[in-house]
Each structure stands twice: as C-alpha cells, then as structure tokens.
Design a binder for this molecule. Structure first.
Ligand code: AMP
Length: 226
C-alpha cells in the first residue's frame, strides 16, 4: 500500500500577523507538532548553547540567522519521531534558499510541502500587535494586552508563568523585522503561488475567524492528499 505523504504545512506571513498563535491552535487541533524556528532559537539561547549564542546577535538586531545554521536546525527537528505524520512550520522557511532546502530535505523521505497558509495584514496592524504582544517565559503562550489579555495581568492563563515582552519587540527592531520580511521573506509568496501551494487568509480578522479559515484549508488539502 502506498504511504501517505507527511502533512507538512507552512505558515507564512509578516512578524506580528498571528502566525505563532494560529500555529499553536492548529497543531493541537490536527495533532501535529508546532515547529517554530524562533522558539527553537530562543530555547537554545535560554540554554546558552553554541547555537543560541550564535543566533543571539542576529535576533537582537531583527536580522535573520544565517541560512545554513537555520536549515541544519530544522532538518534535525523534522527528523525526530514526533514529525513522522507531519508538522506545522512557523517562521520557516523565511528565504528562497530555505524553501529550496526544505524541498530537498523533504524529497529525501519522499515527501513535499502539502500547503502554505499565507497570513496577510497591513503594516499599521502589525506594529500595533507587536507593541502589545506579551509572551509566557515558561510555556511560550502569546497574549495581546489589547485584544487577547491574560485573565491576570502579567500571568500566563495556561501555566501561571511570568509574561514578558520580547527584547526584539522594541519599536526600532520591529520596523527592522518588517523590513527584513519584505526584502527576504515576501518573495516566498510568489515562490509558493507558482507551485499552486499558496492559500491566503487575512490575518486582520478576529482570531477565531482566522483559525476556522486556516483549519478548513488544511482539511481540504488533507482530503485531496488521501
Ligand atoms: P520569530 O519568533 O519567528 O519572530 O523569530 C525571531 C527571530 O529568530 C527572527 O527575527 C530571526 O532573527 C530568528 N529566526 C527565526 N526563524 C528564522 C529563520 N527561518 N531564518 C532565520 N532566522 C530566523
């Protein structure tokens, strides 16, 4: 019997559009691991590993960590057993080189990208969201002090951990990150559209509405695959 390809789903979109929040919800809904390169780098940084120390200077400046390092980290992550059925990729690929490397690494196991969900939003919305973003130090859950506040200010609803604002969420770094996105990541929209894999959803709609639209697109793609 023919093996089903892994359900590799990419979440693409500018910083602040809600990729992390949506990816976490989709991951638990579809029983797939949430593979977020930003989280992997922050984890490495928290543990002071050589990878974390290397990533630190780039992250602080709002720049991308070099492709070779990032690709190697993702390749290792996707080879772990919890990714056997697929994964929700959040924040990767972020350059055309990374997208081509992803294709090559998936081809080795007879797989390919199933679907690319493109979340779009205007720059004003992105800057407002980034400025009000709070993240749990313990479990990584993300809140928005305006639209999605925690029940108790400064405390995570999920695990009770302390909430903090990311050091790369300062106004100057935010603008830099949006700039980097436009220059290096936005070309992926065309890259995946040309391959017939892109599904665009407006990230400006309320969280629940966006979630349903993304989930429907995944269900359709899974049904086509079967
Ligand atoms: P994020 O949490 O996705 O906003 O990522 C935070 C930071 O981690 C980015 O600003 C980059 O410095 C770094 N980073 C995350 N994903 C990648 C990637 N795919 N390629 C290069 N750098 C990345």
């Amino acid at each position: 019997m023919k093996r089903l390809q892994r359900a590799i789903i990419v979440l693409l979109g500018p910083p602040g559009v809600g990729k992390g929040t949506q990816a976490a919800l989709l991951a638990s809904r579809f029983g797939l691991p949430h593979v977020a390169t930003g989280d992997l780098f922050r984890e490495a940084l928290g543990q002071n590993t050589p990878l974390g120390l290397l990533a630190k200077s780039y992250m602080e400046k709002g720049q991308l960590v070099p492709d070779d390092v990032t690709i190697q980290m993702v390749s290792e992550r996707l080879s772990r057993p919890d990714c056997a059925r697929g994964a929700i990729l959040d924040g990767f690929p972020r350059t055309v080189e990374q997208a081509e490397a992803l294709d090559r690494m998936l081809a080795q196991s007879g797989d390919s990208v199933l679907l690319v969900l493109y979340l779009s939003a205007g720059e004003e919305v992105l800057l407002a969201r980034l400025a009000s973003r709070w993240t749990c130090r313990q479990c990584g859950a993300v809140y928005n002090s305006q639209t999605r506040p925690p029940k108790v200010p400064g405390v995570c609803d999920v695990c009770g951990g302390e909430l903090f604002q990311r050091p790369d969420d300062t106004p100057e770094t935010q603008r830099r990150r949006i700039q980097v996105y436009l220059e290096q990541t936005a070309p992926l929209v065309q890259f995946y559209r040309a391959r017939g894999l892109l599904h665009e959803v407006s990230g400006e709609a309320p969280l629940e509405v966006v979630q349903e639209q993304l989930a429907t697109a995944i269900e359709d793609a899974l049904a086509r695959r079967a």
